[in-house]
Design a protein around this ligand. Structure first.
Ligand SMILES: Cc1cc2nc3c(=O)[nH]c(=O)nc-3n(C[C@H](O)[C@H](O)[C@H](O)COP(=O)(O)OP(=O)(O)OC[C@H]3O[C@@H](n4cnc5c(N)ncnc54)[C@H](O)[C@@H]3O)c2cc1C
Length: 444
């Protein structure tokens, strides 16, 4: 039986581990289970050199008291002439993964910290009173506490594929996050990217690196890409109205944001500076919204919010503009509905009328489904959050049972806890969650 089992091996798992050790927890009290090298996860386990961080290096911190740690590490350990831009340094995601891994790797190599590269299939409360986790190598780990750090589930097609009609799956890329798909592409292939967010821009940067000559079709409901990051700066902290109120109406929330933003292009540093100022205390106000209000704001704003939240690396926007100039990039506004195959061609249908014939389709429609959370919900250990994205937790990250009682020893920290905590997808927000949870765990 061990004290702490961390499920997941991404940035969140690594930073939690780091902050638990900083808080005085012993290495032999912690086990980690997750398929990638610790710190890489789904976000940074990409060996594709064209996938870059979408924010400048100073934002990518593990410890708020040492925000320049990655920037300084990069100067010593990375040769990447393309990283530099007037908006900051935008390094390769794989290099960031290497940095995070380097913080904890020695303990794993020396055998002081146990990391099993497996998947947890199921968790349950054992008769002994401890948590039991079944792994896909048929072993079990018993622990006093489990911390779920399962992050962004890998992408799945957003509709059911008719497998019987599709014989050549090599032309369909369901998960482009690791970047290996580029090896399958011929220079003259006509490609279709389903989605126009950051993953789509990663794919465009990758296609640019092979000097792609074929057509690139992009299908998305908004038909819009995120803007490039500019050189923004936070100069003040916005003072929200109703500071002493416990409740905020969605209309007040939205109006305050609208009124705070200047009438400038979203690409400008003035607009982005104001936007980043807003993000400093937006979550305190988000928490005051009623559940219904959170849901209606999500339905209305989700796609716009995702576009503006991070913005993109300037390098990927440069590649996008070049393809646009060459008239290779064709945007189709609409929702992808189905994929069918006709001989060697694959066809994507949009709505009821439109269809596009291409050689390859790449799914850039976002994250998939967390199977472990589903199992936890199915076995009634937890229940779904109001956005139906993940588990419901309380302020102390404890996974709640139906009725609202917290499970003893079962925690979750995750970029998906937005219904509870707000705008928390960024790496530095996850580092903050890790610090808070490490403090709770080390003092209980
Ligand atoms: C493609 C992509 C790029 C991103 N780029 C940036 C960026 O540039 N800057 C930024 O600030 N943020 C970025 N983000 C946001 C991201 O949410 C965070 O930065 C952070 O990396 C998330 O880390 P995580 O460990 O929570 O999740 P993940 O990176 O998703 O890692 C979760 C890990 O848990 C594992 N896992 C899942 N289920 C199980 C299970 N049952 N058993 C064992 N292991 C399991 C997964 O396989 C994975 O290895 C990006 C996100 C994605 C998806």
């Amino acid at each position: 039986m061990i004290e702490f089992l961390i499920v997941g091996s991404g940035f969140t798992a690594a930073t939690l581990c780091f902050h638990l050790l900083e808080a005085g927890i012993q290495t032999n009290s912690i086990n980690i289970v997750g398929p990638t090298k610790l710190g890489y996860g789904n976000a940074f386990n990409c060996m594709n050199d064209d996938y870059r961080l979408n924010v400048r290096s100073e934002i990518m911190w593990i410890d708020p008291n040492n925000k320049l740690e990655f920037t300084n590490w990069a100067k010593k350990n990375i040769i990447d002439e393309e990283a530099s831009h007037e908006a900051g340094n935008f390094y390769k995601r794989s290099d960031f993964g290497r940095f995070v891994h380097s913080k904890i790797n020695k303990l794993i190599e020396k055998g002081k910290l146990l990391h099993k590269k497996e998947i947890v299939q199921k968790i349950y409360k054992d008769k002994s009173g401890y948590w039991a986790s079944s792994l896909d190598d048929n072993t079990k780990i018993f622990s006093k506490n489990i911390i779920l750090a399962t992050g962004n589930p890998t992408p799945k097609w957003p509709f059911a594929l008719d497998k019987a009609t599709i014989t050549n799956n090599k032309n369909l890329v369901e998960n482009p996050w690791n970047g290996n798909w580029i090896k399958l592409i011929h220079k003259t292939d006509n490609i279709l990217l389903m989605g126009s967010g950051l993953t789509s821009l990663d794919c465009i940067a990758s296609l640019k690196s092979i000097d792609h000559k074929g057509e690139i079709h992009v299908v998305s409901p908004s038909g819009k890409f995120p803007p490039a990051n500019s050189k923004w700066e936070r100069k003040k902290i916005p003072i929200w109205p109703y500071e002493n109120n416990n409740r905020i109406l969605p209309s007040n929330f939205l109006n305050f944001i609208k009124n705070y933003l200047p009438f400038k292009p979203v690409e400008s540093s003035e607009w982005q500076s104001a936007w980043e100022e807003l993000r400093q205390n937006i979550n305190d106000n988000w928490k005051k919204l009623p559940d219904k209000g959170k849901l209606s704001l999500k339905n209305k704003l989700n796609s716009t919010w995702s576009r503006y939240r991070y913005r993109a690396s300037p390098q990927s926007i440069r590649d996008l503009i070049e393809f646009q100039k060459n008239q290779q990039l064709i945007i189709h506004k609409g929702k992808a509905k189905n994929i069918i195959q006709n001989r060697n061609k694959i066809i994507l249908t949009i709505g009821d009328r439109k269809s596009i014939n291409v050689d390859k389709i790449i799914n850039c429609s976002g994250k998939g489904e967390d199977k472990l959370s589903k199992q936890i919900i199915k076995s009634k250990i937890g229940f779904s959050d109001i956005f139906n994205e993940t588990l419901e937790v309380d302020d102390k990250f404890r996974v709640l049972r139906i009725g609202g009682k917290p499970n003893k020893g079962l925690y979750m920290i995750s970029p998906n806890l937005s219904s509870k905590f707000g705008d928390i997808v960024a790496a530095n927000s996850l580092a903050t969650q890790s610090i808070n949870l490490a403090s709770i765990l080390s003092s209980s």
